[in-house]
Design a binder for this molecule. Structure first.
Ligand code: CU
Length: 347
């Protein structure tokens, strides 16, 4: 561990660092974590916890970290009203991203990722956001067709920003803060998924889950907290890569299904930098749809490429009970937390 973070990182020096990083060339070789080698078999899953070799020795007694709550990956029911009034807040929150690491985040809706916005193609979103945080923010909905210089503008602390947009395309889309330094705001946790179902509907399934992959680039702990290390983020070598904001949370609390059920997973990759090679060990995707659009169908896929800022929808069923890990098959990233389990039972 380097000693750079031995001093508390206050907000001013942190933002100064971000500003410096904005003009910097890519820096290499900083804070490269140790990674254990491992196989991908289900019986080695318990090894993954031990593989988190880069856990900062954080103490959290003096922080105001929110108690960890498993992020509900279930796709919410979609309100039938085609006018969606959506009111969110952006805020500064301390969140656990693994058992021992309390992370200073900037959030939409108080969580990382932010809330799942579930829509039907053609819906109109009357969106309002109030900035309860300490820094200016903005929000960019990839599902929208709208002028960014008008609607994706930054809003100051305490300000409310409103705009209306329409979901013209079905799919699995990212939303994120686009305020410069954008890498900084995304690495702080300001992103989430918009799921737009086609107006003609999709085949019924038994389970629908939403997974958002993302990376965390961390300073050493100070005052019981870890902050975002922008210089490290520029290297693209993260400390953790996670699904839904917390390393291996669905290993501890697996997603569930029953034998023979149809399962649909919407996988969005918030990055900010790594590609996701999404794979469920022990099965094959019967169908996969690039960006979640039913027109973009692929079949018999072992692994799908979910690029940063992109989405994928996969459908499959499991013929035999068991523990089926899902990972990014970029295995350094699986080793850093991009791993969960789908527990499939007979009844
Ligand atoms: Cu922001």
């Amino acid at each position: 561990m380097n000693t750079q973070g031995a001093n508390p990182v206050n907000r001013r020096s942190f933002l100064k660092l971000a500003g410096v990083a904005a003009g910097a060339a890519v820096v290499s070789g900083c804070g490269s974590p140790a990674v254990s080698s491992q196989s991908e078999g289900a019986d080695t899953i318990s090894d993954h916890a031990a593989a988190a070799t880069h856990t900062p020795d954080t103490t959290t007694s003096d922080t105001k970290a929110k108690p960890f709550k498993t992020y509900d990956a279930t796709l919410p029911a979609i309100d039938k009203n085609p006018i969606k009034k959506v009111s969110w807040e952006s805020s500064d929150d301390v969140l656990y991203i693994t058992k021992d690491v309390a992370f200073q985040a900037w959030t939409f809706g108080g969580s990382v990722p932010g809330p799942i916005l579930a829509l039907t193609e053609g819906d109109e979103v009357q969106f309002s956001i109030t900035n309860k945080g300490s820094a200016p923010h903005s929000i960019d909905f990839h599902a929208a067709l709208t002028p960014p210089d008008k609607n994706y503008i930054s809003f100051a602390p305490q300000a409310t920003h409103q705009f209306t947009w329409k979901a013209h395309y079905p799919g699995c889309f990212m939303y994120h803060c686009g305020t410069p330094y954008v890498l900084h705001h995304m690495a702080m946790g300001m992103y989430g998924a918009t799921i737009v179902k086609p107006k003609t509907g999709l085949q019924p399934v038994d389970r629908e889950y939403v997974l958002v992959q993302s990376e965390f680039y961390l300073t050493p702990p100070a005052d019981g907290l870890v902050q975002t290390d922008i210089t490290k983020a520029l290297t693209g070598i993260p400390d953790y890569v996670v699904f839904n904001g917390y390393a291996e949370q669905y290993k501890a609390t697996p997603l569930i299904a029953k034998v023979g059920e149809r399962i649909r997973m919407w996988v969005m990759n918030a990055g900010p930098t790594h590609y996701s090679a999404f794979h469920v060990i022990g099965t094959i995707f019967e169908a996969a749809y690039q960006d979640g659009n039913p027109a973009n169908k692929m079949v018999g896929m072992q692994t799908v490429n979910v690029y940063p800022g992109g989405g994928m929808m996969v459908e499959f069923s499991i013929p035999e009970a068991g523990q089926y890990p899902f990972v990014s098959h970029s295995f350094a990233d699986a080793s850093k937390g991009a791993l969960g389990v789908l527990a499939v039972t007979n009844s």
